[in-house]
Design a protein. Structure first.
Length: 132
């Protein structure tokens, strides 16, 4: 039986007149959301908030962090379960220069990222455009 590895990710975003802007950070010449492994003593939400604090230096209000969707990726030796949380950055807590404007799937495909992130980008775009 494969071990399940819990990973929490947080997607800071800003709604724009056309589409959305998502905040990404560089890692291994690619762009990704802040996040990481869930520690034994914490919830997935607590892990997302902790990872943002450690990686970005931003402390978030827990009430403004919301679970968006979960993704399961089966690999050879384990199953990774990604918990994607969202945070609407209405007060510019995150560095403005790292926001990427997304209006369409073409914009998503232009982002150089890990393959598992593209579905997340697309799901976020669809959801946030529908809710604006």
């Amino acid at each position: 039986m494969k071990k399940i590895k819990l990973i929490s990710i947080l997607a800071p975003f800003q709604k724009k007149s056309k589409g959305i802007a998502i905040w990404l950070q560089p890692r291994l010449d690619l762009w990704e959301f802040p996040g990481g492994k869930v520690e034994q003593s914490e919830t997935t939400k607590e892990a997302a908030i902790r990872e943002v604090s450690e990686e970005v230096g931003v402390d978030l209000n827990q009430e403004k962090v919301h679970l968006f969707k979960m993704y399961r990726v089966e690999e050879t030796t384990e199953i990774k379960e990604f918990h994607l949380f969202v945070y609407e950055d209405t007060t510019d807590l995150f560095n403005k220069d790292q926001y990427v404007q997304i209006e369409s799937l073409e914009d998503i495909n232009a982002i150089k990222s890990f393959k598992n992130n593209y579905q997340m980008f697309g799901d976020l775009l669809k959801y946030l455009k529908a809710s604006s």
